[in-house]
Design a binder for this molecule. Structure first.
Ligand code: NAD
Length: 366
């Protein structure tokens, strides 16, 4: 099959890690007989340097015409980079927000998977970790409290601030559908997280999620209150498959879930709209402290490319191949600097590799 992929390498380590992900995609194309056509565009700091703005119409158009977009990361050192002397709407991050909006990316997907070989980076006890966990957080990204009306004013002589949390049934239905679709590709369980004992928005959320569940009889649905979900994530993370939740709860829970898996260099992510299109990127930033040194971990970006194959192109076998190759390379004891064991005694059992070598190793293990 043939696919068009928009490529935004971005700033800092972005070009280094995206190059490795493209290398792995090309190896997949060779092995499975596909063709991936890349069109590279600028966004973020590099776009400011070239065009004076973090996001151009051309970049938006190329992304819209692509089947999916693979991105590195954008931004620079926020204390020293001249990009951060610009007004907020002209800074690198404004480009990403603008692109998400232009592409209507309302669903954010973040897997939290604990690799056997990286168990020691997990702050949970061994008996809780067991043989690891593998969950996916599906967070609504464009509604709720962060996008509601807000104001601060004086009421009866007291400064008073108001934020509003609004969801309509369509916004809930479209994210719920994406959540159930993802569950169908996994272990077929959805945990919908809300605060339905208190909030009207959560009661509507629960009602619509139950309606959507009717169309997915193979998927088990359970509801969980957000305070309990925060506890369960550290008490028994193995129970979760897909966690489906609204914007603010997802913001908090996805950070909690990623913390229990260890390194930022391993965490992939996807932002989806209501078509097959998606923007795939590592969860971490542009890491200006290590940019250009050839030591960044490309695995999060490579796993993001695997998500692209699975969720935008329906190439599940190919995505499985990448994920297994990553596991094999870790099993062989190869580590980038960020996932080297802290314990000096355990360091001798592994070998430190750079960005490029990690990409090559994953290709040769496909
Ligand atoms: P960061 O994620 O870039 O870095 C935090 C720490 O993690 C650093 O020590 C870095 O070296 C390390 N790290 C991150 N990714 C790594 C990788 N792949 N391999 C090895 N180590 C890795 O966060 P920050 O320093 O707070 O932000 C730097 C810049 O990135 C800022 O401009 C910020 O706005 C931007 N940012 C961009 C995105 C994005 O593009 N979506 C996300 C977060 C931050």
């Amino acid at each position: 099959m043939e696919f068009q992929i928009g490529v935004i390498k971005g700033d800092g380590i972005g070009p280094e890690i995206v190059t490795e992900a493209q290398k792995v995609l090309d190896a997949i194309a060779d092995k499975f007989g596909h063709k991936f056509n890349y069109q590279e565009v600028l966004m973020g700091g590099c776009s400011i340097d070239a065009y004076g703005v973090p996001l151009t119409e051309e970049t938006i158009e190329v992304c819209k015409k692509s089947d999916a977009v693979l991105m590195g990361s954008i931004g620079g050192n926020t204390s020293t980079s001249p990009w951060y002397k610009l007004p907020p709407e002209k800074r690198p991050e404004a480009g990403l927000l603008g692109l998400r909006k232009a592409l209507n990316l309302f669903a954010n997907l973040r897997p939290a998977y604990l690799y056997e070989e990286l168990k020691e980076a997990c702050p949970l006890r061994d008996d809780i970790i067991g043989d690891g966990f593998d969950m996916m957080i599906m967070r609504e990204l464009t509604g709720g409290l962060y996008f509601g009306k807000r104001e601060t004013k004086e009421v009866d002589g007291l400064m008073t601030a108001v934020d509003t949390l609004t969801y309509n049934e369509e916004e809930i239905r479209r994210i719920a559908k994406r959540g159930f679709d993802i569950a169908m590709k996994r272990r077929k369980k959805v945990t919908s997280v809300d605060k339905a004992n208190v909030l009207d928005s959560s009661r509507l959320w629960r009602k619509i999620v139950e309606e959507v569940a009717q169309d997915y009889p193979e998927v088990t649905l359970e509801h969980m209150l957000v305070d309990n979900a925060a506890m369960q994530l550290v008490k028994d993370p193995k129970q979760f498959d897909v966690i489906l939740t609204e914007n603010m709860f997802g913001d908090i829970l996805s950070d909690e879930a990623s913390m229990v898996t260890g390194s930022i260099g391993m965490l992939s992510s996807a932002s989806l709209n209501d078509t097959k299109f998606g923007l795939y990127e590592p969860s971490g930033g542009s890491a200006p402290d290590i940019a250009g040194q050839g030591i960044a971990n490309p695995i999060a970006t490579i796993l993001s490319a695997a998500m692209m194959l699975r969720y935008s192109f329906d190439l599940d076998k190919e995505a499985d191949a990448i994920e297994s190759a990553v596991k094999s390379v870790l099993k062989q004891g190869c580590r980038t600097i960020d996932i080297m064991p802290q314990d000096p005694a355990k360091r001798s059992a592994v070998r430190q590799v750079g960005t490029e070598e990690m990409g090559d190793l994953i290709c040769s293990n496909l």
